[in-house]
Design a protein. Structure first.
Length: 462
């Protein structure tokens, strides 16, 4: 939707908190490059969920920000997790109202030229997402807007954002922390830092739900036809908005933003991290269907200090910026039942003494990295989908889980080792420690300042 507001600077201060919640909702394996919108749409929701002095926060405001967050982070939380996100977003919106109100009280001003520059940038982004001026105008019409009204909406929002940012920078300035100071703080305040999540070493037998070959072939033909339209000169974003069956990214012209490995289906990621930048690839099959992928950029994830992020093996963490068009391969109830029955038969054979490794090598279709016997190595519990995590919580070392279901199909997991949650050692985080301590201390000062604003305000949550 063009009219959706961009996340404000104040809300971005809480990104790490929200990402921690959403991370638990992501699958360690495959995930669709897109997510369904949250319940309802902003245009249909107008109930007041909170009042801040004389201002109100609508249910549509909360749903709008939840929609944006899920779209940007490709998260697929269950209903309980989504409600937790809604509560956190509401608190952010309350804080934003308080900061903007304080900025107005202190007559914080921002140059008109800076507001105009931000509005122009937002308008360019909106046009770019739609792919063409015609598609842009059509979407405006659907939302009951024209360019002048959209520009005015952006102008009001940008002015509030810039006022809030200016006030926060004045009241809560960031302070650098030396390596020595960071080490002292870390040793004195271990509870203020995240812990290494519990891990399980797993072997997996995955039986995906597979459609009949005729259905798969028909979907590929459709994907090839869409590719021909783009090769012939149509804009990728226009075709994506019209034809992609990933509804969320389709609204943004197929744009998935930047992502790292482990967020999407492995087959999709292999193309996204190997395809040439700017090249329109041929259809790529994933567990969700056929994808047309165009890689827009690829870079190394940077820390706040501007250094390359490294993984546990010391390798650079890459991120890719891509857009895609999805043609789903529809499956039937018969397809689902066939996969379920096969998985249950395999588990029965294991309970009767069958060898898990031999059965994994014979039957498993798990597409991610694994050894022939199904070993996927250690996996963080926090990275697993809630239903998978719940099924493994009571599975002891050496045991095989019940049949567990995720978007990739039906799964059997064998737990071969378990590591408990533990604190990070100083050596493990020494390189990132000054930045981490500076962020912790900044958050403490910010929270204290916000608490002071709340103590002087009339805030009611309904």
């Amino acid at each position: 939707m063009i009219g959706l507001r961009r996340i404000t600077v104040v809300r971005m201060l809480f990104a790490c908190c929200l990402l921690a919640i959403a991370g638990g909702a992501r699958s360690a394996g495959a995930q669709a490059p897109g997510t369904a919108p949250p319940r309802g749409t902003p245009s249909r929701l107008d109930g007041v969920v909170a009042t801040v002095n004389d201002d109100v926060i609508l249910e549509s405001d909360v749903e709008e920000q939840l929609y944006l967050f899920l779209m940007r982070n490709q998260a697929q939380p269950d209903s309980s997790m989504a409600d937790t996100l809604r509560r956190q977003i509401l608190q952010q919106l309350i804080d934003e109202k308080l900061v903007v109100s304080e900025a107005k009280r202190l007559t914080i001003s921002v140059p008109d030229a800076e507001v105009t520059r931000q509005v122009d940038e937002a308008m360019r982004e909106a046009r770019g997402r739609m792919g063409s001026q015609q598609a842009f105008e059509e979407q405006l019409a659907k939302e009951g807007l024209n360019e002048e009204k959209l520009r005015e909406r952006y102008r009001d929002e940008m002015r509030r954002q810039l006022m809030a940012q200016k006030l926060v920078q004045r009241q809560v300035p960031r302070k650098p922390v030396t390596a020595a100071e960071a080490e002292v703080y870390f040793k004195a305040n271990p509870d203020k830092f995240p812990r290494v999540p519990a891990e399980l070493r797993l072997s997996v037998i995955q039986i995906p739900v597979a459609a009949e070959s005729v259905t798969v072939a028909k979907a590929r033909i459709k994907a090839e036809a869409l590719r021909k339209r783009i090769v012939a000169g149509e804009k990728f974003a226009k075709v994506a908005s019209e034809a992609s069956e990933d509804e969320v990214s389709g609204r943004a012209g197929g744009d998935l933003g930047y992502f790292t490995r482990g967020q999407f289906d492995p087959d999709f990621e292999r193309a996204a991290f190997s395809q040439k930048i700017g090249e329109l690839g041929h259809p790529v099959r994933s567990s969700f269907g056929w994808h047309l992928i165009e890689v827009l950029d690829r870079d190394t994830v940077k820390t706040r200090a501007g250094r390359d992020s490294l993984d546990a093996q010391g390798q650079r963490v890459l991120e890719s910026h891509a857009r895609h068009i999805l043609v789903k391969v529809d499956v039937t109830e018969a397809d689902i039942e066939r996969a379920r029955t096969q998985t249950e038969k395999i588990r029965t054979e294991i309970t009767k003494g069958g060898d898990f490794a031999r059965l994994a090598e014979r039957f498993s279709k798990y597409p991610g990295p694994h050894t022939p016997d199904g070993d996927v190595g250690f996996v963080s519990l926090a990275s697993l989908q809630p239903q998978i995590r719940a099924g493994l919580d009571t599975t002891q070392v050496g045991e095989v889980s019940e049949v567990l279901v995720n978007r990739s199909g039906f799964n059997l997991f064998k737990v071969t080792d378990r590591k408990l949650e533990r604190p990070y050692t100083l050596e493990e985080i020494r390189a990132e420690l000054p930045e981490a301590v500076a962020q912790v201390q900044y958050r403490e000062r910010y929270d204290a300042w916000i608490a002071g604003l709340r103590s002087k305000a009339q805030v009611k949550i309904r």
